[in-house]
Write a protein that binds this ligand. Structure first.
Ligand code: G3P
Length: 198
């Protein structure tokens, strides 16, 4: 049991690295908590005006999810999805930030892609399609998250449905302030200067 427990803890610790917060802090781009939505993800890093940092945040948050799945699968037979789920939990609820972490979209994409890459392609296409179609980052992220469990069923990977569905539901839950803003017509579009506190 020691190795599976180690894999779960390692997944959580990997996921809990708040790359957006660290990158913006160490480059002097500002305190993400005081900017825009206050979130630690790539969308909010973009609101600092630093596109490169936002891209790096997206990539690193994605890679930590994928890495957890690959490490988990390498160390424990069938351990990938659980390690990936723990990385996702670590991102959304990091102990270092008193459990106030991100909204999980980039990390979920990494986890989904590493578990079953065709579902990762679907995730990316839905994300980009909804993002560019609506100009709302939150709508893109939520649509992509919901596409993952549907893709797993469509591809016949039923064993990956529970974890995909759980992650999608948590992504929706983490976006509840965005959903409220969308319903009030107050959600800022990507690239707009209007910034609402979460
Ligand atoms: O993944 C986060 C994104 O969907 C929304 O971020 O900062 O607009 O709340 P934000």
């Amino acid at each position: 049991w020691l190795l599976p427990a180690f894999v779960l803890v390692l997944g959580y610790l990997l996921g809990s690295i708040p790359f957006g917060l660290l990158l913006t802090r160490f480059t002097g781009a500002g305190d993400l908590r005081q900017i825009g939505s206050g979130n630690i993800g790539a969308t909010n890093v973009l609101r600092t005006g630093r596109k490169g940092l936002a891209a790096a945040t997206l990539l690193l948050d994605l890679l930590k999810g994928a890495a957890a799945v690959l490490i988990g699968a390498a160390l424990v037979d069938g351990g990938g999805p659980m390690a990936g789920a723990m990385a996702f939990i670590g991102h959304c609820y990091p102990v270092w930030l008193r459990f106030a972490g991100g909204k999980g979209v980039a990390t979920m994409m990494g986890v989904v892609t590493a578990m079953y890459w065709p579902a990762g392609i679907v995730f990316a296409v839905v994300w980009l399609g909804a993002l560019f179609g609506t100009k709302w980052s939150s709508v893109g992220g939520m649509a992509a998250a919901v596409s993952a469990p549907i893709a797993m069923v469509a591809f016949g990977r039923i064993e990956l449905l529970p974890v995909s569905l759980a992650l999608a539901l948590i992504v929706l839950w983490r976006h509840r302030a965005n959903i409220t803003r969308l319903m009030k017509g107050e959600e800022p579009k990507v690239g707009s200067s209007k910034q609402k506190a979460a």
